[in-house]
Write a protein that binds this ligand. Structure first.
Ligand SMILES: [Zn+2]
Length: 138
């Protein structure tokens, strides 16, 4: 069973945080596709980490490990549409499946939804640098 390694060195995260991300995002291939939203990563990354969570998930999109959707909602607990990001935001009013009203685009709520399509594992890439003899003299 192979997992794609996703290096997170540029995010400067501790091993504990990375393990938390693996517990949240990584999953066995049999559970794919697996859906996750940036807010789901706050357990691992801490509060106010939405932007960082989005950056990490966009990295998965860039690596072809995830597809990105715009989740369109109005009332809490209902989803009107999961639109592929390439289709952009809705232009016309959409019917809310919770309250049944037609809602104008400016009154809709939007979030990003990522569908993980490849088994992956986060890690900090080990550096290639081996201690040189001079390092031991300090
Ligand atoms: Zn509604």
């Amino acid at each position: 069973m192979s997992y794609k390694m996703v290096w997170l060195n540029s995010f400067n995260l501790s091993e504990d945080v990375i393990q938390g991300l693996n517990n949240t995002v990584a999953c066995p291939p049999k559970y794919l596709p697996y859906r996750v939203m940036p807010g789901d990563l706050e357990v691992a990354l801490g509060e106010d980490s939405y932007e960082q969570a989005t950056a990490i998930l966009m990295l998965l999109f860039h690596l072809h490990c995830a597809d990105v959707y715009v989740k369109v909602t109005h009332c809490i607990g209902g989803t009107i549409q999961d639109r592929p990001l390439k289709e952009g935001f809705p232009q016309g009013p959409l019917k809310c499946n919770m309250c049944g009203k037609m809602i104008n685009p400016e009154d809709l709520r939007y979030d990003l939804l990522f569908e993980i399509v490849e088994a992956l594992e986060f890690a900090n890439k080990p550096t290639d640098q081996q201690p040189t003899p001079s390092d031991g003299k300090e």
